[in-house]
Design a protein around this ligand. Structure first.
Ligand code: NAD
Ligand code: TDX
Length: 339
């Protein structure tokens, strides 16, 4: 397939492009990425060399209709996978505006450009956070009502509803995928796992929000990307598919596992003021994706976590490249004297 992938220089998008170019020798990908702080062309440096003539990059904003249309036309693209987003909940608490601009207006603009061009397949990548928060039992299904609690998740939920309207009103073949927390290589170290690992290795304190008992369902990024590829190839237009990892862990358990891997003491943990609007628990029911797409996560959390932390240990240049100026300012602004 000839694809427009947006946000392909980020964590999940770059893993997806690597997998799609490797698994489908016929595929061609145009990666449109605005290169925000989270967009890193180094994530794809090797992949680009391995697949000459099958990949082009455009520094572009999904909220720019004419550029999106031009890219679709210029490269005769017939499918879209939209990863482009502002993705960090804590940043959305500091300043929601870029989240609304990219995740809502950008998502709608991209849908409009893809409708005008006419594509056969379109996957919009969303998140379990649109469902809000669970109590101790149960799991989100695709029919769980949307109840987002952060500016980030509200912006993602808005885009999901716009996708729904595009299908109902214009019969546009959009599919929405909602996934739980990803981990794996190339994740920007503002997210829990790489953030805590890099701090632990420097013997810095590890700030856990609240009592550390919030639960996330962790999925390896390659399992998520395989699900997206399946949705792209086999998904029902108009459908929503949940993906989960069968790996519910509370944050303290995840941090303890990281400390064990690093051989560092638990005394590094600090319980700090809770994140406002902090969702207590996520868990995903993904039987629809299993039945209709053949999706199932393949990697256990312990195995995937070890591989991921080894990747960070083996790539100090990559880490240095993303943890300078702007990153340090964000850490200072958000955590202040909590760390
Ligand atoms: P990320 O922050 O690592 O990457 C986002 C990418 O989008 C970056 O390359 C950035 O430069 C690009 N981008 C941002 N604004 C843009 C714009 N206006 N136009 C073009 N490009 C733009 O995010 P991620 O963790 O890779 O997440 C990718 C997608 O998956 C997001 O839509 C996110 O909501 C969703 N998602 C993430 C997770 C997770 O655990 N990380 C889980 C479920 C769903
Ligand atoms: O310093 C921290 N301390 C802490 O206790 C950080 C960074 C996180 N946490 C907690 C908050 C969450 O309960 O760890 C958990 C995971 O936090 P994040 O890595 O920020 O992820 P989360 O808020 O769960 O959202 C992620 O999963 C769904 C992604 O960032 C989203 O893009 C995705 O949609």
């Amino acid at each position: 397939m000839r694809l427009l992938v947006t946000g392909g220089c980020g964590f999940i998008g770059s893993n997806f492009i690597r997998m799609a170019l490797r698994d489908d020798p016929e595929s061609f990908i145009c990666n449109a990425d605005k290169l925000t702080y989270a967009g890193n062309p180094a994530n794809l440096a090797r992949t680009v060399k391995e697949h000459p003539g099958r990949y082009v990059f455009a520094k572009a904003d999904i909220a720019d209709h004419d550029t999106m249309l031009r890219l679709l036309e210029e490269h005769s693209l017939d499918g879209v996978v939209n990863f482009a987003a502002e993705s960090h909940v804590d940043r959305s608490i500091i300043d929601p505006a870029p989240f609304i601009r990219t995740n809502v207006l950008g998502a709608q603009t991209l849908l409009a450009a893809a409708s005008k061009h006419g594509v056969s397949r379109y996957v919009h990548v969303s998140t379990d956070e649109v469902y809000g928060s669970l109590g101790e039992k149960g799991a989100f299904s695709e029919t769980t009502p949307l109840a987002p609690n952060s500016p980030y998740s509200a912006s993602k939920a808005a885009a999901d509803l716009i996708c729904r309207a595009w299908h109902k009103t214009y019969a546009f073949p959009v599919i929405v995928t909602r996934c739980s927390n990803n981990y794996g290589p190339c994740q920007f170290p503002e997210k829990l796992i790489p953030f805590m690992y890099l701090r632990a290795m420097r013997d810095e304190s590890l700030p856990l929000y609240g009592d550390g008992g919030n639960v996330r369902d962790w999925i390896h990024v390659e399992d998520h990307c395989r699900g997206i590829l399946l949705a792209l190839l086999k998904g029902r237009p108009g459908a929503v598919y949940n993906f989960g990892g069968n790996a519910e862990r509370d944050n303290l358990a995840v941090v303890r596992e990281i400390l064990r891997f690093c051989g560092k003491p638990e005394s590094l943990v600090r319980f700090v003021a809770d994140r406002p609007g902090h969702d207590r628990r996520y868990a995903m029911e993904y039987s629809l994706a299993a039945e209709e797409l053949g999706f199932s996560p393949s990697r256990s959390f312990e195995e995937g976590l070890g591989q991921t932390l080894r990747w960070y240990a083996d790539n100090p240049e990559w880490v240095r490249g993303v943890t300078s100026g702007a990153y340090l300012s964000f850490i200072q602004e958000w955590y202040g004297d909590k760390v």
